[in-house]
Write a protein that binds this ligand. Sequence first.
Ligand code: HEM
Length: 411
Amino acid sequence: RKSSKKLPPGSLGIPIIGHSLQLLKAMRTNTAEKWLHERIQKYGSISKLTLFGKPTVFIYGKEANKFVFTSDSSTISYSQTKSLKMILGDRSIAELCGQDHRRIRDALVSFLKPESLKNYVGKMDEEVRMHMDMHWQGKQEITVLPFMKKLSFDVICSLLFGIEQAGTRRDKLVTWFQQMIGGIWSVPINLPFTRFNRGLRASARVRNFLKDLIAEKRMQLKRGADPHQDLITCLLSTPIDPSIYASVLQEQEEIAKSKPKGELLTWEDLAKMKYTWKVALETLRMFPPIFGGFRKAVRDIEYDGYIIPEGWQIFWTMNMTHMDDSIFTEASKFDPTRFDNQASIPPYSFIAFGGGPRMCPGYEFAKIEALVTIHYLVTQFTWKLCADASFSRNPRLMPSEGLPIQIIPRK
Ligand code: HEM
């Protein structure tokens, strides 16, 4: 039986392109929240538009997040933009559902769960130290963003791909990966020199590279080998109250003092970094690296008095909830003590890592990497921003000038 409810307010705009260019421009100029806020003022908490080739319904808030993260697969499916599907391929984890998704996710989680990762803290420590020695020591000024991207990628290459040596292979992969990311929120029209086209070409190169890498790893195994908007940039660009910085430094110095000089950090050391992790979570609340995402209506859905037609995209965002004063008192104030009692934060309000069955399985990995990096950063250096800390989204969050800072080694 057809529902008597009507479509949400708003216009779909020009077919295929619709509002994509407006949203992308707003993201690039760091006015995307304002752009969405104006939509909400004009149309209310649910509205229709066209994004990246498809008719879309935009919803926001705690209830919307709950709906997105907990609805079962007979109501909505995990579906990303057409450009993402074409760049990552239709067998990527983003496109799998049901049993197939479970199987791949379980395989990832078997490596990314804390019990497995705790054996790799020392390896991450080595990568972070090597990075600081190579790129930070002896310098007076550095640009944080490219270095932090490189460090995150080096850690991933070492731990996830088993590419141990820094050099051309890692460098090539990082360039292609960035081109892929650049294309995932784009209008899916394949013309030369567009972001979408660059993303597709990079994707083909990455797949060939990974095929070769898998073949190489198989050979090594046969020979008996052993199987085996980034956060820091945002943290460094946030003007933090000196007392918050002092508390982080004190926590980290106590850990450093408790260890023989040069010894690698351990899982137990990370467990002591409680305040530092709250500072990291507060950074993720105010500057979530991911802007939002998409789902697809599997059937006609009634939501908030309107109908979301079968096949339409559902667009959800993080920032609108994270900056809601009714959920986070004085939301624009940087206050890590909000995370003192995490159970007091209402469900589906802090969603930097998503929620439900698709929640980020890389949470612990990101946590370890962030804590190890912050440890060496604050115990080895002090720093001063050299440019204003404005951001743009591409679609990932990035400081406009790459975040140049002056660094001074600590005695
Ligand atoms: C601060 C760092 C990170 C943040 C804020 C983050 C955030 C997110 C979010 C919000 C989602 C859910 C998207 C949705 O529901 O549409 C997600 C999914 C995912 N993340 Fe992360 N992530 C981070 C780091 C990582 C790392 C380090 C890895 C891997 C080592 C990772 C692997 C994944 C995977 C595989 C998924 C898809 C899960 C699925 O579809 O079942 N993430 N992430």
